[in-house]
Write a protein that binds this ligand. Structure first.
Ligand code: ZN
Ligand code: ZN
Length: 455
C-alpha cells in the first residue's frame, strides 16, 4: 500500500515562456519532436538518488494571479533565456520576479512569460504552468518550448556560479521529463533574432559547456523537482448557502469550517510545506465535484476538505439557547477522517489519512466511532478504527479527486462542550497542530525516493 509512486508527479509543471529578451523578427522553428526514451530491457541497475531542484512556488514568492486564458501545449523543446536586466547574486530575486510578472501582465500576457526563473543566487521560481504556452516579444512560436530564464543581462556580465548550478539541474530535470536531448537545448537566439540569452550565457550553451554540466547531473542520478511536493489545497466544507450541520448553539457548520480552514492554511504556510491555499477564498460556493479538480489545477498535491460533524436525529435532544430551543447531542465527540475509493489515488489518500490520524492520536485526540454504527445514515466501514479513519465512497468532494484527498471532521459541533471548545482558538490549536504535523509527515514520506521500488 505504500508502493504508490507517482503522486507528487501528478501536477508538476510550471514553467514557461519568456518574453523579456529583446524583440525582433526571427525564424520560426518547428517544435522538436518528443524523443521517447525507450526502456532497455537489461538487468536493472541501482539508480542513484536524483538531486533535488527546489522550486519556489508562485504563491510563496507572491506572484500576481494570472489574467486571461492560457493556451496549452505539450513540451518538446527547451530554450534558455535571460531577462536582459543586469543582476548580481544579491539582487532581490523575489522582487525581480514580481516586477517581471507585472511587466508581462501589462503587456497583455496572461502571466509571467517564462515557466522557470532562476535568479542570481540560484533560487528557482515557478512561473506560469508548464502546460501553458509561453509568451515572447520576438518572432518565434514558443509553442512546445519549456522556457527557462536566468535573471541577468549576459551581454554585460556572466551568470553566477550558483545560477549555473541551478540551471544545470533544471535543464537536467527538463531534459529527462520531456525527452529533450541535452544536445538540443537551445538558446533563444537559435530561434529568433535576438541577443537573448546574452553573449556569455550563449557561449556556454553553444560550446557545450553547459550541456556537459547537465549531462553530469543526469549521469549522477538525474534531478527531481521539489516544487509541488507538498502544496495543500484546503476546501471549506459546504457553502454559505448550504451550510451543512448546525451546532448546538445554532451556528452553521460552514462558519466553523471556514474559520478552521483559514487557520489551517496559515499554520501550514508557516511549516516547511511548499504551500497551502484556500480553495474558495471569496466564498462563492463551488460545486462539490469541482473542488478537488480545481485544487489540482492550481497545482496542489494534497486535498483536504474541512468539516464539522453532527449525529443522526435519533440522538438529538433539545435545550434552550438565548430563548430558542436548539437540538444537541452530547453522545459523541471527537474527530473523523474519511477517504473515498472513488478518487484517482486511493493509496495516496489512505496514506494521507493514516498520517493525519496518527498525528491526531499522537496529540492525544480521540476519534468518534459513531459513523460506523449499524444504523440508518451511518454504517461507514473502518479503514482504521484506532485512527478514526473511515471509508465513504459516496462523497462527491472526494470522488472527483485526482490528488490524495481526505475529508476531515474536526469535531462534533452538536456536542455542547466540543462546540464550545472548537469556538475558541485554544480549543482549535491542538487540532490544527496535529493536522499540520500529519500533512508534513505525509509529504516528507512521499517526497522520499518514492516510487523507486526495491531492485
Ligand atoms: Zn529570450
Ligand atoms: Zn460537513
Amino acid at each position: 500500500m505504500h508502493a504508490h509512486a507517482t503522486w507528487r508527479c501528478l501536477f508538476v509543471l510550471v514553467l514557461l515562456v519568456g518574453p523579456g529578451c529583446g524583440a525582433s523578427p526571427g525564424s520560426e522553428e518547428p517544435a522538436v519532436p518528443v524523443v521517447a526514451v525507450a526502456a532497455v530491457d537489461t538487468v536493472p541497475v541501482p539508480v542513484a538518488e536524483p538531486v533535488v531542484v527546489p522550486v519556489v512556488p508562485r504563491r510563496v514568492w507572491g506572484a500576481d494571479l494570472p489574467q486571461g486564458a492560457f493556451r496549452t501545449h505539450t513540451i518538446s523543446a527547451i530554450t534558455v533565456h535571460h531577462t536582459a536586466v543586469a543582476s548580481r547574486a544579491d539582487t532581490d530575486g523575489r522582487a525581480r520576479a514580481r516586477a517581471h510578472t507585472r511587466g508581462h501582465l501589462e503587456r497583455g500576457w496572461p502571466d509571467l512569460a517564462y515557466h522557470l526563473l532562476i535568479d542570481g543566487s540560484g533560487v528557482v521560481r515557478q512561473g506560469r504552468p508548464t502546460t501553458a504556452i509561453g509568451d515572447t516579444g520576438t518572432d518565434y512560436d514558443p509553442t512546445g518550448h519549456l522556457l527557462v530564464t536566468l535573471e541577468g543581462n549576459f551581454e554585460d556580465h556572466p551568470p553566477t556560479e550558483a545560477q549555473l548550478e541551478s540551471t544545470a539541474r533544471v535543464l537536467a530535470w527538463g531534459s529527462a521529463t520531456y525527452g529533450v536531448p541535452v544536445s538540443e537545448i537551445d538558446g533563444h537566439k537559435d530561434h529568433a533574432s535576438t541577443a537573448c540569452p546574452g553573449e556569455s550565457l550563449y557561449r556556454l550553451l553553444a560550446s557545450g559547456a553547459l550541456g556537459r554540466r547537465v549531462q553530469e547531473v543526469l549521469d549522477a542520478g538525474g534531478a527531481r523537482r521539489s516544487l509541488q511536493d507538498c502544496v495543500v489545497g484546503v476546501d471549506v466544507g459546504h457553502s454559505a448557502e448550504r451550510a451543512g450541520a448546525t451546532s448546538a448553539r445554532g451556528v452553521p457548520e460552514h462558519a466553523f469550517n471556514r474559520r478552521f480552514a483559514q487557520e489551517l492554511v496559515a499554520a501550514l504556510e508557516a511549516e516547511p510545506v511548499d504551500g497551502a491555499f484556500l480553495l474558495d477564498p471569496d466564498d462563492v460556493g463551488l460545486p462539490l465535484k469541482d473542488r478537488a479538480p480545481l485544487a489540482a489545477a492550481r497545482e496542489a498535491t494534497v486535498f483536504l476538505s474541512i468539516h464539522h460533524d453532527s449525529v443522526q436525529p435519533r440522538y438529538l435532544q433539545s435545550w434552550e439557547v438565548d430563548g430558542a430551543q436548539r437540538p444537541y447531542s452530547d453522545a459523541f465527540r471527537g474527530h473523523s477522517l474519511f477517504i473515498s475509493d472513488g478518487g484517482a489515488d486511493p493509496e495516496g489518500s489512505e496514506r494521507l489519512g493514516r498520517a493525519l490520524g496518527g498525528a491526531l492520536i499522537e496529540a492525544g485526540r480521540q476519534p468518534t466511532a459513531h459513523h460506523a454504527e449499524a444504523i440508518e445514515g451511518e454504517g461507514r466501514p473502518w479503514v482504521d478504527a484506532a485512527l478514526g479513519l473511515y471509508r465513504y465512497d459516496g462523497l462527491a468532494v472526494l470522488r472527483t479527486s485526482s490528488l490524495p484527498a481526505v475529508l476531515v471532521e474536526v469535531g462534533v459541533i452538536v456536542h455542547r462542550d466540543e462546540e464550545a471548545s472548537l469556538a475558541t482558538a485554544a480549543g482549535r490549536a491542538p487540532m490544527l497542530q496535529a493536522l499540520v504535523a500529519g500533512v508534513s509527515a505525509y509529504c516528507v514520506s512521499a517526497a522520499g525516493p518514492s516510487g523507486s521500488p526495491a531492485p
